[in-house]
Design a protein. Structure first.
Length: 224
């Protein structure tokens, strides 16, 4: 059972969480939850965690995001902390930028899809889990904030349409991926480059989260 004062940080996949998990290992005030990709997995995972544990004092939904606004460069840390000026100030102090997120049902893979979403929603960044997580937190009266990092910019296509290699539970199907790469071996170099960018982004995001959590915990200590 987690501590009632714990901060929960939700990531969709282990690649997003890997670096941060190293820097917070053994700290009881922080719990990392890897939910799986997409709305259904995020909601199901958080619901189960809330049923099994004392509620946290804050939930941070985190991980990678795609840029919809052309001004967002790769590795820009972005956030949404509606109606929480204290958290907004702490996040801005880390260098993070306030944006509006669009929560997509599927991976947004191409520049044309991003351009259309930016025009239709006005949102600057896209991801797949934060809306259901924050809605569930709102139902339980748990403060929640989104903190993510831009992995692919508005002007970049992903190296492949990951929706084509997922199973029905929105997990990467290794057999589907292997078949696609056999048919399109030239995509391997781009995938390896994305893997390197992902590792770099995970480290930068982890550092930003580490500083945010330290500031939040020091604030609690000053109150006590």
């Amino acid at each position: 059972m987690t501590e009632p004062s714990a901060i929960w940080i939700c990531f969709a996949v282990k690649e997003e969480a890997k670096y941060f998990q190293k820097v917070v290992a053994g700290r009881g005030q922080v719990q990392v939850l890897v939910t799986g990709m997409g709305r259904h997995n995020a909601e199901k995972s958080l619901t189960t965690a809330l049923q099994k544990n004392l509620p946290p004092r804050l939930v941070i939904t985190s991980g990678f995001a795609g840029g919809l606004s052309p001004v967002l460069a790769r590795n820009t840390v972005v956030f949404a902390a509606d109606d929480n000026p204290g958290l907004q100030a702490l996040l801005k102090a880390t260098g993070a930028r306030s944006v509006q997120f669009h929560c997509a049902e599927r991976v947004v893979a191409t520049t044309s899809q991003k351009r259309d979403l930016w025009a239709s929603t006005g949102c600057e960044a896209v991801e797949m889990e934060s809306q259901p997580i924050r809605s569930l937190c709102n139902q339980h009266r748990i403060p929640a904030v989104t903190v993510r990092i831009i992995l692919d910019t508005a002007g970049e296509d992903l190296p492949l349409d990951f929706n084509l290699v997922m199973d029905s539970a929105q997990r990467i199907d290794s057999l589907k991926l292997a078949r696609l790469l056999i048919r399109s071996p030239w995509k391997i170099a781009s995938l390896l480059r994305l893997q390197r960018h992902s590792a770099e982004a995970a480290q930068l995001l982890g550092e930003a989260l580490k500083h945010l959590v330290a500031d939040l915990n020091s604030g609690v200590e000053r109150q006590n």
